[in-house]
Design a protein around this ligand. Structure first.
Ligand code: UDP
Length: 349
């Protein structure tokens, strides 16, 4: 079976893709520095704990594993943090991607799947936005990903041995319905997780960032896609590349969106809990509305979305929050298929 190296495979999206790859029978190796990822989240294959900036470790991992393709997730993902700390984003998301590509080409790896983002579009003229739209990101996060897309397209043009797919993610949410993996950041900023953790009592209120946008209810609209649908889009892109497909870029979203207020309503309904919601000023770098034209991916790749249902998305995320809560209450933390932590020590067997 084909071998796939996954950078950032211990993170939220990467771990769901590792799960899908493992279930499909691929041989997987995760390369992750565990800065935001977790060892327990890697359900299949080996985990190499390493930083992308550590070229020697990266090169050794690539040489030893000899992957048929690489999927690159390791990156920062928070718009607000990218505004306040842009160099972190240009370093992690842009410079490290360039370093990875250099190592891969030196090692003869020529198939690459890149986690890009709808943030490359900035404020599109029309929504749903299609892949032909101009890329005019309005925050460093989007710019850091756009630059990597440019590296990829220039490299694919120049190098006949290199083909890639860039997947532009819209708003990824939800969790493994079996409760094995889900979002596990220490201080999550994304709307659905933030709303659910507020319902759980971890935060005293949920702030709605901006109620004066030019949308029906004044709050921002986003296209929320379940993480397992996003994972299956990666497998479809992989099959396409391994079958000789040419380099291309695809939106990953459902094609329609929900406002922040609508998401909050669904979170209240799913949890059955009242929580405090407060109107707050706009957050820097947020476009008013962003939804995907997904015709291209549906026509070109063998991908059928299965979970286009905001209630299901929020329900799986809520179920995951219950798993997290149960594990925290026994003082030890479950660390996946082969470990646990107790009183600060992580034990693997
Ligand atoms: N948002 C909000 N309160 C929060 C977190 C997010 O109002 O606590 C809004 C945010 O301003 C944006 C939308 O929810 O309009 C989605 O933000 P998120 O951070 O989830 O994803 P992004 O679109 O930035 O990738």
């Amino acid at each position: 079976m084909k071998k796939i190296l996954v950078t950032g495979g211990a993170g939220y999206i990467g771990s769901h893709v590792v799960k899908a790859l493992g279930e499909a029978g691929y041989t997987v190796c995760t390369y992750d520095n565990l800065s935001t990822g977790n060892r327990w989240a890697v359900l299949y294959g080996d985990l190499v704990e390493g930083d992308l900036a550590d070229r020697e470790k990266l090169r050794k991992t690539v040489t030893d594993f000899a992957p048929d393709a690489v999927m690159h997730f390791a990156a920062g993902i928070e718009v607000a943090e990218s505004v306040s700390n842009p160099l972190k984003y240009y370093h992690n998301n842009t410079a490290n991607a360039l370093g990875l590509l250099e190592v891969l080409r030196q090692c003869g790896v020529g198939r690459f799947i890149f986690s890009s983002t709808a943030a490359v579009y900035g404020i599109p003229d029309t929504i749903p936005v299609n892949e032909e739209a101009h890329l005019l990101p309005i925050n460093p996060y989007g710019a850091s990903k756009m630059m990597t897309e440019r590296f990829l397209s220039d490299l694919a043009f120049a190098d006949p041995g290199f083909e890639y797919v860039a997947l532009r993610y819209f708003n990824v949410a939800g969790a493994d319905p079996q409760g094995r993996i889900g979002q596990a950041y220490k201080n999550p900023t994304h709307l659905i997780t933030r709303a659910l953790k507020t319902a759980k009592g971890e935060f005293d209120k949920l702030q709605v960032f901006g109620t004066d946008y030019p949308t029906e209810d004044g709050t921002c609209i986003r296209d929320y896609i379940h993480v397992d649908d996003l994972a299956s889009a990666h497998l479809a892109a992989l099959s396409y590349l391994l079958a000789g497909g040419a380099s291309d870029v695809f939106n990953c979203g459902y094609g329609s969106g929900y406002s922040v207020k609508e998401v909050v309503d669904v979170a209240s309904k799913v949890t059955g809990l009242e929580f405090r919601v407060e109107e707050a000023p706009r957050r820097e770098g947020d476009p008013p509305a962003l939804t995907a034209d997904n015709c291209k991916i549906i026509e070109s790749l063998d991908w059928t979305p299965r979970f286009n249902d905001l209630e299901y998305i929020v329900q799986t995320a809520w179920d995951w929050e219950q798993v997290v809560a149960q594990l925290e209450t026994v003082r030890g933390r479950y660390l996946g298929r082969n470990g646990f932590s107790l009183n600060g020590f992580e034990v693997y067997f």
